[in-house]
Design a protein around this ligand. Structure first.
Ligand SMILES: *Cc1c(COP(=O)(O)O)cnc(C)c1O
Length: 438
């Protein structure tokens, strides 16, 4: 790769990575952080403020992954920091109920009318895993339908054609998942209602639920085609199966009430994560009261968590969702405008450089696919030139722009991103596309 872009000094990050590799497989506690999909060594982060990350060597980056989604208000947002500090001073955990749990629940329910009752857990994985147990119990059926490229956390039954991390590594599902469990999951192409019709016809009375990312983020960003979500709602209702909207990524991001609000659909169960914890570990599963009341201690479906509803996490979520609610009229138009400017500007830079790129975007969630497109499902996303994406990623990183380190991850921005960040990003992209072609 010949270009005028030089790599900044990352000596300390490299040393930290070597040390981390002694302790953690691949040096990481979550695989995509290892940068295997784009090559090279990942910078270590020392701190972050607003739209900027600072690495261990003092290099600064404009952040376009936002901790994989949660940091919609930017890093170290003062009201959130203060809320966490105040909660911490009253002790980090009690293992008994606190008012903070219902405080945050009240805000979640106000944003998501589909959620009548809910449970807090500590990750998105726990949320989807629990929602599926509940769906099977409620329907007395075993089969779960998911869509190729959708990721719903790493529970056994959901690691089938599961997008981003899994797609990136080319692992068909995962070793260690018994085929007896994988066989209870049907993976269908996204945006194809006839495939869902066919599945119901082939397995009459056996499908417990359809789970989906209503806006896919984990195969890169893919929007539902007009009528698709309403079609799934109608089919599940007709067939007596449940519809589970996994809004762990798109919830509170593409609209205050996520995809259900944006596309005007209802779901039986909803899962949330990422933004709802304001950067602390929180997941939610919730939905219709009759379903949720099947959970212990009221009903026969067991589910629990030592740190569920943790007071620090509740405080961070309460401050974050509260800010989004109070300022929704400014926040979402601002996210939309900044996202539009940066994504369309980069797409124009690609066109100018003669690099085929397809832009998919829903609000402050998007992907530049390195393919002429269109990209409406995982099969089409997989046509992308991942080598070109990797060169682009590094050329951007070297110029201080941190994109998600995989073609199959959505990018995000925050309310802290403004015209200065957009301008710097577009300038860097112009140079980076030259490096892609070189
Ligand atoms: C991130 C994500 C999950 C998993 O959440 P974790 O907190 O990483 O366990 C589940 N579903 C979707 C749609 C996600 O984006």
């Amino acid at each position: 790769m010949s270009s005028s872009i030089s790599t900044p000094d990352r000596t300390r990050s490299q040393a930290l990575q070597q040390r981390a590799e002694r302790f953690f497989p691949g040096g990481v506690n979550s695989p995509v952080r290892a940068f295997r999909a784009v090559g090279g060594a990942p910078p270590f982060i020392a701190s972050a403020q607003g739209a900027y990350l600072t690495d261990a060597d003092g290099n600064r980056y404009i952040d376009y992954f936002g901790s994989w989604g949660p940091m919609i208000l930017g890093h170290a947002f003062p009201p959130v920091v203060e809320a966490i500090q105040q909660a911490a001073s009253r002790s980090a955990s009690f293992g008994a109920s606190t008012a903070a749990e219902a405080d945050l629940a009240e805000r979640v329910v106000a944003c998501y009318p589909a959620i009548e009752k809910l449970r807090f857990v500590s990750s998105g994985t726990e949320a989807t895993m629990s929602a599926i147990r509940l769906a099977r119990a409620a329907t007395n059926r075993k089969i779960i339908v998911k869509f190729e490229g959708c990721y719903h956390g790493h529970a056994d039954g959901l690691l089938v054609k599961a997008g981003s991390g899994v797609a990136t590594f080319g692992i068909p599902g995962s070793a260690g998942v018994p085929e007896e469990i994988a066989h209870l999951t049907l993976a269908l192409p996204f945006n194809d209602l006839s495939a869902v019709e066919a599945a119901f016809a082939a397995h009459p009375g056996q499908i417990a639920a359809i789970i989906l990312e209503p806006v896919v983020g984990n195969a890169g960003c893919i929007a539902p085609e007009p009528g698709y979500l309403a079609g799934l709602r109608a089919l599940t209702t007709r067939e007596g199966a449940l519809l589970i909207a996994d809004e762990v990524m798109c919830g509170f991001r593409i609209a205050l009430g996520g995809a259900l609000q944006l596309y005007g659909v209802d779901a039986d169960l909803v899962t949330l994560g990422k933004i709802v914890g304001g950067g602390l570990p929180v997941g939610v599963f919730g939905g219709k009261r009759v379903l949720m009341d099947m959970l212990a201690p009221l009903g026969p479906v067991y589910q629990a968590g030592t740190l569920s509803g943790n007071p620090l996490a509740m405080a961070a979520g309460f401050a974050t969702i509260g800010y989004l609610q109070a300022h929704a009229a400014e926040v979402y138009p601002r996210l939309e405008a900044t996202s539009k400017a940066v994504t369309e500007g980069v797409a124009r830079a690609a066109a100018k450089a003669g690099v085929p790129v397809t832009l998919n975007r829903v609000g402050a969630m998007w992907t530049w696919f390195f393919t002429p497109g269109p990209v409406t499902n995982y099969g089409q996303a997989a046509q992308s030139d991942t080598g070109a994406f990797g060169r682009f990623h590094h050329a951007m990183l070297d110029q201080g722009i941190w994109l998600p380190p995989s073609q199959f991850e959505a990018a995000f921005l925050s309310t802290a991103h403004g015209p200065a960040e957009v301008e710097a990003t577009l300038a860097a992209a112009g140079e980076a596309f030259k490096a892609v072609r070189a």
